[in-house]
Design a protein around this ligand. Structure first.
Ligand code: G3I
Length: 370
């Protein structure tokens, strides 16, 4: 008698042999494609890191091209990278990403023009309003101008709000006042008239921050400036995904006449004593901080799958309003959550494991289309 276990082993052997004997069958082609599965619903994106943009691993490149039709640079278009000195710009990696997108039919979302974090170090030495304004204006004009007609969209302003909906005390607020957000959109529109322009933040599905975000959108529009969409980053926690707030946010943002996107989706499974993605926040490690160094327990794996399933059901319910869902990383090994808010942990927040193998959450997401 052939047991189930032997049949499973036989299946694995057949798959391995198929990959060995047919060189064109690249790794990962046996599983469904997210981009194809949701092609009539919304774009499916990922964040790409340096190694992926550089195409250092051909199997990884093929995997990305098969699963995703949109991509956001995880770091290489941030101001500290593209604008390292007052009068020096470096578009090397960003340009490679543009080539990557053209080659693999992947639309690029530029990330990000104005953000209080990952600023060039020279900003710290600037203490005058005039110089900050010059930096702000030149940066947007030059970077958005360089990528005119090359990126599909820009996260024009990122994370300008506090949790209570007031404006974050950034260097831009301090020197330029609250209008810097509208101004950034005006400059981006002038530099790249055909590019979609978005405001992006985390926790902006939460009622108070959402209210602040709605005010921002209204202010931009009232000034006669274009804003095409709001990005809800979507850095959530297993078993605690705020589905009601997310649905309410989709409806309220869409009612303003803007597109809604989930721009940095991941679901944290490790312990954390706060919510959100404020990169300045850190936690001190203790014995309980890294509970799953070798594997994720089945109970958590199942909860993760259930959370992703509920999210994608909601996205599909509102597919007339939701235009893109982007994961913050291709697989668990790439996730920033392995190093934040504590360095060197082992996290499991995405649909693919460290070898790009689909997790139960991948199949639960695909299953929402059945
Ligand atoms: O570039 C240096 C490199 O030279 C050095 O060797 C290495 C050693 O640690 O550090 C490198 O810099 C790291 C950088 O990523 C590039 O890899 C920084 O330490 C690290 O802090 C930085 O983290 C990024 C983080 O933004 C910083 O703000 C994450 O990769 C990136 O995923 C994360 O992305 C943000 C979004 O842009 C906005 N929303 C929140 C999201 C998650 O924090």
């Amino acid at each position: 008698m052939i047991s189930h276990r032997n049949i499973a082993k036989l299946g694995t052997i057949v798959l391995v042999l198929a990959n060995l004997t047919l060189p064109n069958v690249t790794f990962g082609q046996q599983i469904p494609s997210l981009r194809d599965t949701f092609k009539k619903d919304f774009g499916i994106g990922t964040a790409l890191n340096n190694a992926q943009i550089d195409e250092r691993d051909p199997q990884m490149t093929a995997f990305i091209a098969r699963q995703f039709n949109m991509a956001t640079p995880e770091n290489v278009m941030k101001s500290e990278v593209v604008h390292p000195k007052w009068d020096t710009y470096d578009f090397t990696m960003g340009d490679k990403l543009i080539d990557f997108g053209e080659k693999h039919n992947i639309k690029i979302n530029g990330h990000t023009l104005i953000w209080h974090s990952q600023l060039p170090s020279f900003i710290r030495g600037i203490k005058s309003q005039d110089s900050i304004r010059t930096f702000f204006t030149d940066h947007i004009k030059t970077v958005a101008g360089h990528y005119k007609d090359k990126v599909y969209s820009w996260d024009v302003v990122n994370e300008a709000l506090n949790e209570d909906g007031t404006m974050r005390k950034s260097v831009f607020l301090q020197y330029l006042g609250e209008d810097f957000v509208t101004e950034a959109f005006r400059l981006a529109q002038q530099a790249s008239p055909k590019t979609e322009l978005y405001y992006n933040d985390y926790n902006n599905e939460q009622p108070k921050k959402r209210a602040g975000c709605i005010e921002l959108v209204k202010k931009i529009k009232a000034a006669g400036v274009r804003i095409d969409g709001v990005g809800i980053q979507g850095h959530w926690h297993v078993g605690k995904v705020p589905l009601k707030d997310i649905e309410e946010s989709i409806l309220q943002y869409a009612a303003l006449g803007v597109k809604v996107m989930f721009t940095e989706l991941d679901i944290e499974v490790l312990p954390r004593n706060f919510q959100g993605a404020d990169v300045g926040q850190r936690m001190v490690a203790n014995e309980q901080s890294n509970p799953y160094p070798t594997a994720l327990p089945d109970s958590v794996q199942q909860q993760l799958a259930a959370d992703y399933e509920a999210l994608f059901k909601l996205f599909l319910k509102h597919k007339d309003k939701v235009t893109r869902v982007t994961f913050w990383g291709v697989n668990d090994a790439n996730s920033w959550l392995n190093n934040w808010p504590i360095r060197g942990r082992t996290s499991y927040p995405l649909l693919f494991d460290r070898k790009n193998q689909p997790k139960p959450a991948f199949y639960s997401v695909i299953g929402t289309k059945k």
